[in-house]
Design a protein around this ligand. Structure first.
Ligand code: GLN
Length: 219
């Protein structure tokens, strides 16, 4: 298991707001705390006060889109993202940060914070959930990635850095399966993954995001 930073949380460390309307929010809070950051759950716009960056967890993007609107968080978060606040989206969270959602519900909204088009449930149905050893730019050793009804990135704009890709199995749901698809991408202060780093004990991708947050705060 790779080494982790064992810092204790103090006010000098960034405060990460984990959107906790639905999905695996508690797991992100725990992962950020293990990685040495402060983390709080965000449910209403006032919870964003004092937050340096946000994480959008895995879950169900259509439900989260609905709850983001009814809670008033959608507009509040849009404003902060437009102001350059860093954000980390995993699985459903990646869908919410994208510019375009393929196979989405017509009323589902997204923030357009990273220039990618994502296809929902692209790897197949629930039974097609799987684990893969990923080689990722910026990580010395492979990362065990958990995919659950995961989206993939079907288009990444020029501003997007693809940090990891995988070859989908041939039983994936779309016709004409691509030979490889991006599953970890970064653009400016935005990091997205198709998989769930919050569901494993390896916090290196949370650490990568915290490094991005640190760089953005130093600017
Ligand atoms: N399929 C889900 C969606 O469309 C995402 C699954 C996940 O977050 N594990 O939102």
């Amino acid at each position: 298991m790779p080494a982790r930073k064992s810092a204790t949380a103090s006010d000098s460390q960034p405060l990460i707001g984990v959107v906790a309307l639905q999905g695996a929010a508690a797991e992100h809070v725990a992962a950020f705390r293990r990685a040495g950051a402060r983390a709080v759950e965000v449910r209403v716009p006032a919870d964003l006060d004092g937050v340096d960056a946000v994480a959008l967890p895995g879950g169900e993007s259509t439900t989260m889109s609905h709850l983001l609107r009814t809670s008033g968080l959608f507009d509040a978060l849009s404003e902060r993202l437009a102001g350059g606040m860093p954000a980390f989206g995993t699985c459903a969270g990646m869908i919410l940060l994208a510019v375009d959602v393929l196979d989405g519900r017509p009323d589902q909204r997204c923030f357009g914070a990273i220039d990618i088009s994502v296809r929902r449930n692209a790897f197949g149905r629930q039974v097609a959930s799987f684990e893969a050893e990923l080689t990722a730019d910026g990580l010395d050793e492979p990362f065990k990635a958990v995919f659950i009804r995961a989206p993939w990135v079907e288009r990444a704009g020029d501003s997007v850095e693809v940090l990891a890709e995988i070859t989908p199995a041939s039983n994936s749901s779309t016709d004409g399966v691509p030979s490889s698809v991006p599953v970890l991408c970064r653009s400016g202060p935005i990091l997205v993954s198709s998989f769930h780093p919050e569901l494993t004990a390896d916090d290196r991708i949370h650490q990568l995001f915290l490094d991005m947050v640190g760089a953005s705060m130093a600017r």
